[in-house]
Ligand binder design. Sequence first.
Ligand SMILES: [Zn+2]
Length: 134
Amino acid sequence: MAIDDFTNEELLAYIDERLPVGRATELERQLRLSTPLLQRVIQLMQSVEHGEVTLGAMWRRGRWSCPPRAVWAGFLDGRLGDGLSQYLRFHLETAGCRLCEACVRDLNRGGATEGEDRVQKIFQSSTGALQSRH
Ligand SMILES: [Zn+2]
C-alpha cells in the first residue's frame, strides 16, 4: 500500500477519531514508518486551527486539535521538524493540554525504563528552547 494512499479527508477523520478501526490501524502503522505522512497529519491540524478547514465535530467533542497518539510518538522519536515540534510543544506546554500530557507520559512509560525522567527532560529542554527564542 502506497504511503500517499490516504486522502486528506481520511487524515482529518483520523484526527477526529472518526476513521474506521481497520483503516486507522493501517494509518498508524504507516505513521510509524513515514515522517512525511506524519507531517501531513500535523499540517492538516494546523490548517484546521487556522480556520482553513471547518470541522464542526472538532469543536463538539471538546478537545479540539489534540494530536493523535501516533503523532506524539513521532514527536518523541524526534522525527518532526522544528516548526512542527514547536506546534506540538505549544499544545502541550502553553495550552497545557492534560490529555496529551498523559498520552506523552504513557508513551514514555512504554518506551523507556525511566519514563518519568525522560518526560521531565523533554519538558525542561523544550521550555528552555522556547524561552531562548525571545
Ligand atoms: Zn491535547
